[in-house]
Design a protein around this ligand. Structure first.
Ligand code: AMP
Length: 510
């Protein structure tokens, strides 16, 4: 069996790895570290969770032991698609580099330029950046890239999704051709392969299988729902309240706009909830995560982009408010629960437009997921809309406001792409809503009782708002009232468009 000491790493690094408690390298580490130490280019196909970060951080630390940093001329550069990932890589450098005296500069949006300038002035051995902020620094003339010996491009497929490839190409042109390049991507679509061919010279290709299975200890269920957001929100609330073992949960949405909406709705309904999405400033995100980790908030609404790669401890429940468009994201999301053999539960709200995505998920994980309370064919009639297009109006107000304000290059480009990725999905929604309504109206006429069939939630002591809403569980009127309350979610802040200030999304201490 290969151990870390077989890989050619320095003593300082080996000692830090031993202190971290790792004895056996993961497959990506075993495959990438030896050629990286020989200054070879690497094409690593691996996802977060495979030990990928250490597979480039450990050889970099070893190689950086020779030479020293010069002012404004970083020696190595790591590009990450999101601020959180960049911050996490910086944490890895601190952990594994604890026996080194290296200067690490984290250049991410949402943090003042001055502080970052000071770090660059001192000379950085390692520069960890999101692409937009790095270019901003270069344009301000504060940074010379000609001393970069090692370039790491991490999560290249996410970079593509977020529209960062032109920025990466610009950055690569600023770095000497003689550099060593370590390139990582979870998937290899043709665009990424082309990019790798351009950036890498005779790379060592190391591929590890993407996680395609979900832990056996996780109970997974699909939950049929109508496509209207207020209906889905009501189903979600019932579901949350019905969970007796709910310690904490992450609720995933496909779009950042829906993260904000769902967060506000849950908060108004008295849940202990926070939100994490790409538009929040760094400080708010860090506070939010810390509150969730410390148990000050019970539910965290998040988008994939915001949550990807985050070191969030084990959660008892995952709720997918939207079915993920990429089946791999389902595996990622579900992987947040049921860790280390502990039990977990994952519920996915499924509407009629989602079946092609649920089929892809079941194919990937090679498992038929059971339905809770009946499948889509048994879905009761939708609630008649009381809100006269209120939510649609709200949506179109927001959509009309989208784009344009670019204060932060990374944030705006990433966020736009995040929205675009889901746009096809959303337009399908609009089409299918009418079909569902017509079909359901017929069903409702024929079977008025079945429309109220769905199981009502059990009382949930750990939630703050449980008493009123399920006091009369089987009462039609009560159910309708609850829907009314949801539609009357209180005044939505008007005039903010997509830029709802981050402080409005910060959960206070419970
Ligand atoms: P990553 O894929 O880099 O996000 O790493 C996923 C997790 O695996 C992190 O919490 C690392 O600390 C941990 N990890 C990395 N390498 C090893 C290893 N060789 N053995 C055990 N855990 C590891």
């Amino acid at each position: 069996m290969t151990t870390f000491s077989d890989l050619g790493l320095s003593q300082k690094v080996l000692s830090a790895v031993a202190d971290a408690g790792y004895s056996i390298p993961t497959p990506i580490q075993e495959g990438a570290i030896p050629p990286a130490l020989m200054r070879r280019d690497i094409l690593g196909i691996a996802q977060t969770g495979t030990g990928k970060t250490a597979s480039f951080v450990l050889p970099m630390l070893t190689l950086l032991e020779k030479g020293r940093a010069r002012a404004r001329m970083p020696r190595t550069l790591i590009l990450e698609p999101t601020r959180e990932l960049a911050a996490q890589v910086a944490e890895n450098f601190e952990k594994y580099g604890k026996n080194h005296k290296l200067n690490i500069a984290l250049l991410i949006g949402g943090v003042s330029f001055d502080e970052q300038d000071r770090k660059l002035e001192r000379g950085a051995d390692v520069l960890i950046c999101t692409p937009g902020r790095l270019l901003d620094h270069c344009e301000r003339g504060k940074l010379l890239m000609t001393g970069v010996e090692i370039l790491v491009i991490d999560e290249a497929d996410r970079m593509l999704d977020m529209g960062f490839i032109p920025d990466i190409e610009r950055i690569a042109k600023l770095i000497p051709f003689t550099r060593q390049t370590l390139f990582f991507s979870a998937t290899m679509p043709p665009e990424i392969q082309k990019l790798a061919d351009r950036f890498l010279q005779n790379p060592e290709r190391v591929e590890v299988a993407p996680p395609s299975s979900t832990a056996k200890t996780v109970t997974q269920r699909f939950v049929a729902a109508h496509a209207k957001d207020y209906e889905k929100r009501a189903v979600l609330r019932d579901l949350i309240r019905a969970q007796e073992e709910l310690k904490n949960a992450i609720i995933f949405c496909n779009r950042k706009l829906d993260v904000a909406d769902l967060f506000r709705s849950l908060e108004r309904h008295g849940f202990s909830v926070g939100a994490l999405h790409g538009d929040m400033d760094q400080r708010s995100r860090t506070t939010m995560l810390a509150n969730f980790k410390d148990g000050n908030i019970q539910l965290l609404v998040a988008s994939d982009v915001a949550a990807r790669g985050l070191d969030i401890p084990d959660v008892s429940h995952v709720f997918n408010f939207d079915v993920p468009i990429h089946a791999e994201d389902y595996v990622h999301r579900i992987g947040r629960t049921g860790r280390a053999g502990r039990p977990g539960a994952a519920f996915t709200l499924v509407t009629k437009r989602d079946t092609k995505f649920t089929d892809a998920i079941e194919k990937l994980i090679d498992l038929k997921i059971e339905w809770l309370n009946g499948d889509l064919s048994e879905l009761p009639a939708p609630m008649e809309s009381h809100e006269n297009g209120k939510s649609d109006r709200r949506k179109s107000e927001r959509d009309g406001k989208r784009g344009g304000r670019g204060r932060d290059r990374d944030r705006d480009r990433g966020a736009e792409r995040e929205t675009e990725r889901a746009a096809g999905h959303k337009s399908d929604t609009k089409r299918d809503d009418s079909a569902v309504t017509t079909e359901a109206a017929v069903t409702a006429k024929a079977e008025p009782v079945r429309a109220e069939r769905k199981a009502e939630p059990k009382p949930q002591t750990s939630n703050r708002n449980n008493s009123a809403s399920h006091a009369a569980n089987n009462d039609n009127r009560d159910r309708r009232n609850r829907y009314r309350r949801d539609q009357d979610d209180g005044p939505t802040p008007v005039g903010f468009g997509d830029d709802i200030p981050a402080f409005m999304l910060i959960a206070g201490k419970a």
